[in-house]
Design a protein around this ligand. Structure first.
Ligand SMILES: C[S@@+](CC[C@H](N)C(=O)[O-])C[C@H]1O[C@@H](n2cnc3c(N)ncnc32)[C@H](O)[C@@H]1O
Length: 309
């Protein structure tokens, strides 16, 4: 496979040398046709939304060859966002490689970590059952203290039902021991917060959903139903649906032997690419900053998105 990529890359270089202008190339078409890799809702890509995610076919192209990075080499994404490059590095069918990610946004670090961390399905199912028991117990306990944050305009974004439901689930997750499953629940919880809010799901920065705006669109009926649902959402039911979908996604990682054995993995190592150091990811998107050796020539390939103007 490596040769096909190298041949295509050389052709692209020649075309560029002749034209001296940006050239059109469909990574998607090339990867799907020649490398037989197809991406939609595979592995953990759709575990949580994130703005500006890299199109997976671009890293797949470069990762599927040993021209740009030796098979044993380490990859770095210095702006790793929610971890598309990290995930593609560890699941590549031709060359699986260890990869580092640096990301300034703690939510991006949390999603990247969960997106790339395999969890034993049996353990996950046990922890899910344990969390559900806590949630059911909390529902029956009138004195249970939901954790509802105080911030300006909370009532603009969430109905009373949503606030109480989210607060109870949050308190139940907080009771669990810190481990990979708990981080998985935080990702599901974050997805839940957005989906039971009054925010427009089509616009990444939070903007109140105004259904009338979509009157002439095919999305209208769906969005109308969503707005009605979120006046009084069944938060626990929606949370369970998210857990169910995401647990299927995360279980796919367990099928990869190198990830189960931890011979291959992704690590979030730092928060700011302007001053790269090395620390350890702890939990909930946080970093332990006590260790900070430099990377010292240990990286073979950097994949980073550039904007062409
Ligand atoms: C477009 S996203 C990257 C997408 C990612 N490469 C992927 O694989 O999907 C750009 C990310 O860069 C992060 N960022 C911006 N400035 C940064 C900095 N100085 N250090 C680390 N991350 C930064 C942003 O928070 C954002 O998540």
């Amino acid at each position: 496979m490596s040769e096909i990529v190298i041949k295509e890359f050389d052709k692209l270089q020649d075309r560029y040398a002749k034209k001296q202008k940006p050239i059109k190339f469909s990574f998607r078409k090339f990867v799907r046709t020649n490398l037989n890799i197809k991406r939609s809702d595979v592995y953990t890509h759709n575990i949580h939304s994130y703005p500006g995610r890299l199109f997976p076919y671009i890293p797949i192209f470069f990762l599927s060859s040993d021209k740009f990075c030796p098979p044993e080499g380490k990859v770095l994404d210095p702006f790793s966002g929610s971890g598309t490059v990290l995930l593609e590095s560890i699941v590549n069918p031709y060359f699986k490689r260890n990869v580092y990610g640096i990301e300034i946004n703690p939510l991006g670090r949390l999603i990247s970590k969960v997106k790339t961390t395999p969890i034993d399905p049996e353990e996950l199912d046990k922890k899910i059952a344990c969390l559900y028991r806590k949630i059911e117990k909390a529902k029956r306990n009138r004195r249970f203290k939901a954790l509802i944050p105080k911030f300006k305009n909370i009532d603009l974004w969430f109905s009373k039902n949503a606030k109480n439901g989210l607060g109870s689930i949050k308190a139940c997750i907080e009771q669990l021991d810190s481990d990979d499953c708990k981080d998985f629940f935080w990702v599901c919880f974050s997805k839940l917060v957005r989906s039971v809010s009054k925010a427009d799901p089509n616009i990444p920065p939070p903007v109140i959903l105004k259904v009338e705006k979509y009157k002439d669109s095919y999305r209208y009926e769906k969005l109308k139903k969503l707005a009605q649902r979120n006046e009084k959402p069944d938060v626990v039911k929606i949370f369970k649906e998210i857990i169910d979908e995401n647990s299927h996604r995360i279980k796919r990682l367990w099928e990869i032997k190198e990830l189960r054995d931890k011979t291959i993995g992704a690590k979030i190592i730092w928060d700011d690419s302007r001053n790269i150091k090395k620390g350890d990811y702890t939990f909930k998107g946080d970093l332990n900053r006590t260790e900070s050796p430099k990377l010292n020539n240990s990286i073979s390939m950097i994949i980073k998105r550039c904007w062409h103007r």
